[in-house]
Write a protein that binds this ligand. Structure first.
Ligand code: SAM
Length: 298
């Protein structure tokens, strides 16, 4: 077996990963060796794997949430909110490039939503916004509470099949004084039939693990809920995430069997067009790990 402590191997890890490996090594050098060897795809010991797996969940609320349900908004909410007393696994996730990119995606989505809302409000008095797979709906709730509280004409409906996420959103909206312009519906957005069609639909953090054809199926199905000429903003992880933070992607795979279908701008454009939307453009967060496509329903 190769010498896994060699400096040249360790140097391939970024500071966040080095911090985690150091913490593992302090607890038990075997756990550090296991993670390095598993990441490198060389021999690893299943006894060390069991011990390390259990320990990783013990030292991270974030990784525990991810391992029990990779698509849960509990995971993303931890990334947005941070953790007051983080254990080593949590510190790693919060400091990792992949973790910071998710936080950056929220900022970027909020800034762009505000711009899009403003542009649309120049042409229309009323805007009906649908947030599909909203989790608690932090992005739309933040934009509405920062810019539109007390202003009539905007309404957002959040649709998520996770009752706990919906309940969390209801509390969030109430605490920001938005009860009158924010609604929630606990169901699958694939079956959702709105009374009135949406001007803008937001779909963030939902498509990443779905293949090309499933994404086309999702976007085509959603189309019936959007007004002709209405917009959809949908996100996906890009290949830059896998290249820019391979260690985080390795941990997602190992701990949660979570595999992503990375899509570049060309693939996203094809998905939009095949689903009946005219491609309007896109934006990314500052790491380029997440791309948000914008399409017009035609
Ligand atoms: C990773 S979370 C993202 C939450 C939020 N959009 C964000 O950006 O923080 C994905 C959410 O999509 C929801 N979801 C996935 N598929 C869904 C479906 N078919 N109908 C309703 N909700 C769905 C999950 O329940 C989960 O809350």
């Amino acid at each position: 077996m190769e010498n896994l402590h060699s400096a040249d191997k360790i140097l391939q890890f970024d500071d966040a990963a080095k911090g985690l490996l150091e913490a593992l090594g302090k607890k038990d050098p075997l756990m550090k060796d296991f993670v390095i060897s598993r990441f490198k795809g060389v021999f690893f010991d299943p006894v060390a794997e069991e011990k390390t797996y259990n320990y990783m969940l013990e030292v991270s609320s974030i990784l525990s949430a991810m391992a029990s349900n990779p698509g849960t908004s509990i995971f993303t909410e931890f990334l947005y909110n941070g953790i007051s007393s983080p254990l080593p696994g949590d510190s790693y996730v919060l400091e990792s490039r992949a973790g910071r990119a998710v936080r950056s995606r929220l900022e970027s989505v909020e800034a762009n939503l505000f711009e899009i809302f403003e542009k649309n409000l120049q042409e229309k008095k009323n805007l009906l916004i649908g947030n599909f797979g909203s989790g608690p709906g932090r992005d739309t709730i933040n934009v509405l509470s920062h810019h539109y509280r007390g202003r009539s004409g905007l309404k957002a409906i959040h649709i998520d099949r996770d009752r706990a996420a919906i309940n969390r959103g209801i509390v969030m909206a109430k605490n920001r004084g938005l009860d009158d312009i924010v609604e929630f519906s606990c169901q699958s957005f694939m079956k959702y039939c709105p009374e009135e069609k949406f001007d803008i639909v937001v779909l963030v953090g939902v498509l990443c693990s779905l293949d090309f054809e499933t994404c086309v199926n999702v976007l085509s199905t959603i189309k019936r809920t959007i007004k002709s000429g209405g917009l959809i903003i949908a996100s996906n992880a890009t290949p830059a995430m896998k290249d820019g933070d391979p260690f985080a992607y390795f941990l997602m795979n190992w701990l949660a069997n979570w595999k992503l279908e990375f899509k570049n701008i060309k693939i996203m454009k094809k998905i939009f067009e095949k689903s009946g939307y005219a491609w309007q453009g896109s934006f990314t967060e500052k790491f380029g790990f997440h791309l948000m496509g914008i399409g017009v329903s035609v």
